[in-house]
Design a protein around this ligand. Structure first.
Ligand code: ARG
Length: 588
């Protein structure tokens, strides 16, 4: 059954039919792939665009066709019969238009309601993936860039998990730089009994970092001790390891507060984890002839890039790139991941480009990016303030992420109170809803844009209940739930006994959009673009609004069918929310 195989993906199911037709129509071109796209043309729901390019391949050769429209006609004629198709036509220079059968669409939606939305999950031929995201640096600020990485990475991980891929969610924290020598020496100086301290003693690690840096720059003796401390730490001396672990622990607690609030789960495997693997990996690359001497350092030259990838610094130490090579090696060989995804700002694009190209030269990855195993860099733009500059609270200060989330929650709570919810709801309901809306708004504002573009952080915009915002979408969902509740009908019972019919044009448009969920998530997932899913979700609520304003639900002759359509919309919306890391709201 093709529908099961494709997880409900309409485009793929149609592509299968067109593939059969193409083989029949032009047996001389067995490699031509079907080009099927959804369209909003008045002639159909989907279109096959192969006729024109096929014509240019076969014209002049021994063919009976008289031009692209004739090729289109033949493609249409040779389509195998299918229940999903209501009618076909050929338009213009040979586009084959497909109108899907309303009965078939309705049956598929009803089937999803019974079997669950997981039957519409994407089918991707990858067993295990690594998503390397968030990844802040110990004792340094966890800035809005890390927030973006956390939000985008979590969504991608959720989409891959939905596709039945085993996802290793990796927090590649910066816990192994030369800065640790300075931090450790400073810790010893300030707290001779450093074993007993806790985060309250140190206060803010960032301030601690700044103070130790000042000391480092001002005092030669200190500087020398700090440099030796790095060596002793990396050599594994217990006292130094302990101090390092203390510092990491304090940072970790801060990071965890943000993750907890965002509902994001991650497994920390920081830079330090990969350090034992670096020498072996560099040696292997050297034996393959990839590593060269250059100005005292050891580097890998990458074709087409004018700077080399430094893998051993001139002082013999390792760096960010050596760690990433070792981590990539580990993920491919030890963890057997087939897709390794890195979520960082676009500023690191060249770094990853060089690492991936080195890995290809080493034969770790195939040269062709369409073949797994593969590595992908998911870059994103800056977060800007209203002034169009990098987002900061005051002139120079960075935004504390926890404050930012608190503010979003406080504002959404205030809006709920203003609408009288404090009297209507329990304190717990109020808190939970404010949190769902506030955090959801921050996430959605980030995810709805193409991730490569910069986006402007603006509370008023993201918390607006109109327009393309999480608030609007969460309200839309709650409203659907309330329609169902107020009907007084048992929806579970209706799923089994009722029949869903897509008679009215607005019912049909909504139904078709519901069924396009599968191909949309698959596209968002394969291209690593969460905004594709956001756009789908926004359009879904628009289709629903149109349906609801033109079709009476409760009390109409079509009540049962329309309630089922409401329920299907709510189910799909909730899955979208889940994939975007947004907690749904059932009451407004
Ligand atoms: N710690 C880095 C930063 O804050 C991000 C690490 C990304 N992951 C990696 N494997 N390099 O910029």
């Amino acid at each position: 059954n093709t529908s099961e195989e494709n997880g409900g993906n309409l485009k793929k199911q149609l592509a299968k039919l067109f593939e059969a037709s193409l083989r029949e129509t032009v047996p001389s071109e067995p490699d031509v792939e079907p080009l099927v796209a959804a369209c909003t043309a008045k002639f159909g729901d989907y279109q096959c665009n192969n006729a024109m390019s096929l014509w240019s391949k076969i014209k002049g050769k021994n063919t009976d066709f008289k031009g692209p429209p004739a090729v289109g006609q033949a493609i249409m004629r040779n389509l195998p019969p299918s229940e999903m198709i209501e009618s076909c036509s050929v338009a213009g220079p040979g586009f084959v238009n497909i109108v899907l059968s309303k009965t078939w669409l309705a049956e598929k939606i009803q089937k999803m309601l019974i079997d669950g939305i997981d039957t519409w999950a994407p089918k991707i031929s990858v067993r295990r993936a690594v998503v390397d995201f968030s990844s802040p640096n110990i004792a340094k600020e966890m800035h809005v860039g890390h927030l973006r990485s956390t939000i985008i990475g979590d969504t991608l991980a959720r989409m891959l998990e939905f596709s039945n891929i085993d996802v290793l969610r990796r927090n590649h924290v910066g816990d192994w730089g030369t800065q640790f020598g300075m931090l450790i020496e400073f810790l010893f100086e300030k707290f001779p009994n450093f074993e007993d301290i806790n985060e309250r003693d140190i206060g803010d690690l960032q301030t601690f970092y700044k103070a130790s840096k000042q000391r480092f720059d001002a005092d030669c003796d200190f500087k020398e001790r700090a440099q030796k401390a790095v060596v002793r730490l990396q050599g594994g001396e217990p006292k130094y390891r302990e101090a390092w672990a203390q510092l990491c622990d304090i940072s970790r607690k801060e990071f965890d507060k943000v993750y907890q609030r965002l509902g994001v789960h991650l497994e920390e495997k920081g830079e330090s984890f990969y350090s034992p693997f670096i020498p072996g990996v560099i040696e292997a690359l050297t034996n393959q002839g990839l590593v060269q001497e250059s100005e005292g350092a050891r580097v890998i030259f990458i074709e087409g890039i004018n700077i080399p990838l430094i893998v051993v610094k001139s002082d013999g130490g390792y760096n960010y790139a050596s760690t990433d090579l070792a981590a990539l090696w580990y993920r491919l060989n030890e963890e057997k991941a087939e897709w390794i995804i890195y979520v960082t700002d676009v500023g690191q694009q060249q770094h990853f480009d060089m690492v991936f190209k080195a890995a290809k030269r080493a034969g770790w990855l195939p040269a062709d990016d369409r073949i797994f195993p593969k590595a992908s860099h998911v870059g994103f733009g800056l977060v800007l303030g209203d002034d169009g500059k990098r987002f900061r609270t005051r002139a120079t200060e960075v935004v504390r992420l926890v404050d930012l989330l608190d503010e979003a929650k406080a504002r959404s709570k205030a809006a709920l109170v203003e609408r009288g919810k404090a009297e209507e709801w329990t304190e717990e309901e109020l808190e939970q809803t404010a949190e769902a809306i506030g955090y959801g708004a921050v996430k959605y504002a980030d995810l709805k844009n193409n991730r490569l573009t910069n986006y402007t952080f603006n509370y008023d915009q993201m918390l607006n209940d109109k327009g393309n915002t999480a608030v609007y979408l969460l309200y839309a969902h709650a409203r659907i739930c309330s329609i169902i509740r107020k009907s007084g009908k048992d929806i579970e019972e209706l799923k089994k006994t009722g029949v869903l019919v897509l008679a009215h044009p607005d019912e049909r448009a909504l139904g078709l959009h519901l069924l396009q969920f599968a191909e949309t998530v698959e596209e968002a997932c394969t291209n690593l673009l969460p905004n594709v899913l956001c756009e789908y979700l926004y359009n879904l609520s628009e289709y629903f609004t149109k349906f609801y304003s033109n079709c009476q639900v409760v009390g109409s002759a079509e009540e049962t069918s329309r309630l089922l359509l409401c329920e299907a919309t709510a189910v799909v919306m909730r899955k979208c929310f889940f994939l975007l890391g947004i907690v749904p709201v059932y009451k407004i």
